[in-house]
Design a protein around this ligand. Structure first.
Ligand code: NAD
Ligand code: DAU
Length: 350
């Protein structure tokens, strides 16, 4: 019987990971620890909240004493660490929250795990979930591999790079058993509508402008969130100690092509004349330090652990749009109150 601490389980990716583990492994005890920031929403987990192997702990990973106490109290034997500040634009306006949660919070978890596990590392694992943004930006060709040098550009990616280094340092210094994965852009249900895809779906349904940064030429490699959760399951169980695995969809889109595809599908779904949604496109000032292109080479994960994405993008984006249109109450709830204030501040200068 495993006792797994999943941090950030009320967020976008974390909620899919919690659901998968709770349902697939009834003998594991799953502890979802989340501070419920603006991005954490327990409504994402309504379907599993009464499962006997699911437990919720409201706590902030920046509180080191609390992390130490919780490890003693619950005797976790594994950690899947997703809790983070995750939005690049927010990191540009408020870097300190990213330093505190992504760096200090990660070190607090490492200290607590190391302290409670060091007498016997057998059967223990600290799995740190990271991003392809630590590798920086690609030109027109090439892919990020596990040996690409780190070259982060935003406070967000620099804080994630820092946390990756610290996880490796605890492995090399204290022998803390660990594994890291670096994933490309995720999309799918339950993503907070500040990120490109849910933000634009929400704006299209409300006939609001679609703020395209710069010329819309930046390229991202999109992966369906459930496929990321499946990869996390495989790496958690089969990944080798001390290793890093890249996860990606081999699915590159320029922002503008992706936005035009979303406009086309939304016109169909909302029974609007073809071309209606595209008229909402509005080119705005570019993001500072905007990385041009991300693209992941996930050969190692595919060859060594046998993971491949299950969903083609055209199918995934339709499923995603359907989910948001069928869950407009969820969208309305998260786009009210504090989020709206953030949204207005974010775009008032563009
Ligand atoms: P998210 O912003 O949707 O969720 C983050 C969760 O962490 C929220 O539930 C929030 O309440 C919680 N949290 C934040 N600060 C906390 C703190 N101090 N203590 C406890 N909980 C806290 O993020 P996401 O998009 O689901 O990303 C999850 C992880 O995956 C992050 O580590 C991110 O860097 C990484 N990642 C994300 C993507 C992506 O495309 N979204 C891609 C690759 C890697
Ligand atoms: O690559 C993995 C990363 O993907 C994760 O680590 C991050 O947590 C996640 O937020 C995501 O980062 P991006 O910056 O790539 O995602 P975002 O959805 O913010 O932006 C995607 C692209 O769309 C990017 O080139 C910026 C652009 N964009 C974004 C927004 C919010 C716009 O043109 N307009 C917008 O309003």
């Amino acid at each position: 019987m495993k006792k797994i601490l999943i941090t950030g389980g009320a967020g976008f990716i974390g909620s899919h990971v919690v659901r998968l583990f709770v349902n697939k492994y009834p003998k594991y005890q799953i502890y979802n620890l989340d501070a419920l920031t603006y991005a954490g929403n327990l409504f994402n987990l309504k379907d599993v909240e009464n499962s006997p192997n699911y437990h919720f702990i409201k706590a902030d990973i920046v509180d080191g004493e609390k992390m130490m106490q919780l490890f003693g109290q619950y005797e976790f034997d594994s950690v899947i660490h997703l809790a983070a500040e995750s939005h690049v634009d927010r990191s540009i306006t408020n870097p300190m929250e990213f330093i505190m949660t992504n760096i200090v919070g990660t070190v607090n978890l490492l200290n607590a795990a190391n302290h409670h596990w060091k007498s016997d590392f057998e059967g223990k694992r600290f799995y740190h979930i990271s991003t392809d943004e630590v590798y920086g930006s690609l030109g027109a060709t090439g892919f990020f591999t596990e040996s690409t040098s780190y070259d982060p550009h935003s406070p967000y990616s620099a804080s994630k790079a820092s946390s990756d280094h610290l996880v490796r340092a605890y492995h090399d210094t204290y022998r803390l058993p660990m594994v890291i994965s670096n994933c490309s852009n995720n999309y799918g249900p339950n993503q907070f509508p500040e990120k490109l895809i849910p933000l634009f779906i929400n704006n299209i349904r409300n006939n609001k402008p679609l703020p395209v940064y710069g010329k819309g030429e930046n390229i991202r490699d999109w992966l369906y969130v459930v496929d990321h959760a499946r990869a996390i399951d495989v790496i958690f169980h089969k990944g080798s100690d001390g290793q890093t695995y890249n996860i990606g969809g081999h699915n590159e889109w320029t922002n503008i092509d992706l936005i035009k595809l979303m406009c086309k599908v939304m016109d169909e779904k909302l029974i609007r004349a073809e071309g209606t949604s595209e008229k909402l496109i509005s080119y705005v000032k570019d993001r500072a330090g905007h990385d041009l292109r991300y693209a992941i080479d996930s050969t190692k994960l595919q060859r060594e652990l046998g993971w491949i994405p299950s969903l083609q993008f055209e199918e995934g984006i339709r499923l995603t749009i359907d989910w948001y249109l069928n869950n407009q109450v969820w969208l309305d709830e998260v786009t009210s109150g504090n989020y709206l204030k953030y949204y207005e501040k974010q775009y008032e200068e563009r």
